[in-house]
Each structure stands twice: as C-alpha cells, then as structure tokens.
Design a protein around this ligand. Sequence first.
Ligand SMILES: Nc1ncnc2c1ncn2[C@@H]1O[C@H](COP(=O)(O)OP(=O)(O)OP(=O)(O)O)[C@@H](O)[C@H]1O
Length: 248
Amino acid sequence: MTEPILTAAGLDRSFGGIHAVNDVSLEIPQGALHAIIGPNGSGKTTLFNLITGHTRPSAGRVRFAGEDITGMPYSKVARKGLAKSYQITTVFPLLTVFENVRIAAQAAAHSYVFWRPADGIRAVVAHTEEVLERIGLAGERDVIASNLSHGDQRRLDLGIALATSPRLLLLDEPTAGMSPSETAATVELVKELNRDVTILMIEHKMDVILSIADRITVLHQGEKLFEGAPEDVKSHPRVQEVYLTGTL
Ligand SMILES: Nc1ncnc2c1ncn2[C@@H]1O[C@H](COP(=O)(O)OP(=O)(O)OP(=O)(O)O)[C@@H](O)[C@H]1O
C-alpha cells in the first residue's frame, strides 16, 4: 500500500489552560478529499496550523510526502508541495488577477531549470494561463484584484495556491461568506481540483461537506469525536446529538 501523503500522529497543543488540540491523529491518502468539521473553538484551525508549521506541536509528529516535517517552518513545507488557501490572505489587492497568479507561479518555478531565460518566462506565463482557466478567471485576467467580487477573490486565492503545483492543498472554509451560486461554483471547482490534488479542508456548511468529502473528521473540544464516510458521520448518534443540541 502506498504511504499516505499526510500523516499526523498524536498532535497536541495547549494555549495557557486551553487544550486546543488533544492527541489528534490523521491519515490522508493520496487523492483524498478529506473534511474537518466541528463547532467554533473545537481546534480545527489550530490543527491546520500544526500541520503547516505555523504553530509548533507540544507533542506528536507530522509526515508529509514521505518526510518528517514536524516543526518545519511553512516556507520550507510549502516548497515541498503543501499549499494552503485561507480566506483571501495571499491576494495582492492592487495587482491584476494575472499578476497575482504569475508571481506565485514564478516563485515556485525556481525549482525548474531552463536553458534560456525566455523559456522560463514562457513556461511561467503558460502555467499562469492554465491556472486562470482552471479557476474560471481567464476572462478577468486584467482586472485589479480588489475589484473582484468576494467569491472571485476566494477563487483567486485558490489560484495562487494552485500556481505552486501543490501535492496537498489545505482549504480553510473555501465557501465562507459566499452566495449560494458562488458556493455551488466553488464546490464544483474543489471537486475538479481534487482530480489531481489531494485536498484537506475545513468547512462549516454541512450540505457542502456531505456532497464533497470522501471522509470526514469531526472535532469536538480539541479531540477527535468521530471519523468516517459522510453517510456514517450523518447517522452517527453522538454527532447527531452534538448537532441537535447545538454544541457542534
Ligand atoms: N494563539 C492562541 N492563543 C490562545 N488561545 C488560542 C490560540 N489559538 C487558538 N486558541 C484557542 O484554542 C481553541 C481552539 O481554537 P481554534 O481556532 O483552533 O478552533 P476552530 O475550531 O478553528 O474555531 P473556529 O471555527 O471558530 O475557527 C479555542 O478555545 C481558541 O480560543
């Protein structure tokens, strides 16, 4: 059996007296679309930060693409093929859509060797255009990013992550603040991206999770409450209980 692209084993982190993530383990196989759900404050973002290297775990290990990356800074983890798209934090608001994606593509292209500089530039431009097509923003390539709708800014943020040709993409609430039609378009986009990128996502909207994820981890007060296929999560008595009582 091939090794999972990501393995988190016994991750733990407290902030003062708050046990934000309590002995959480995850295995994400290559090609998966895995969702993390849980109520506010259940540890989802902290878990992501422990995986990406933004926060150091007090215990536990993280393995990515066959390598132990525990405690490695995000800049280094990103170069190994792990990208994240959180809200719209990576978008340069005063640059065009094209420039935003090109800068990310160019930064990631340092690992390629070209005989002539012009070939390098051509490859970066071609890759940028391909990403814009994929995220559905080819028609907006010359628009200043801050003039895009919220939904399109989120797509652009995703495009910036994609431009680095990641092997694993972490998405934090990709449909947050979106209209129903923007949400539906993003669901389709995430499904399409999953054809060649493994995806780990935090998502609050239950209908989105159930239609998109092949596996779901439910966090509750920093601990893993349940993990399984969408239909099992939906019918699990404890998950139902915390949902119905409003604590999830
Ligand atoms: N840097 C920090 N300093 C202190 N406490 C923190 C810090 N980061 C997270 N926490 C606490 O850890 C707990 C888990 O927070 P976290 O943001 O991981 O949860 P979450 O599930 O992502 O919540 P939300 O859905 O609201 O984003 C919360 O009680 C939070 O207040």
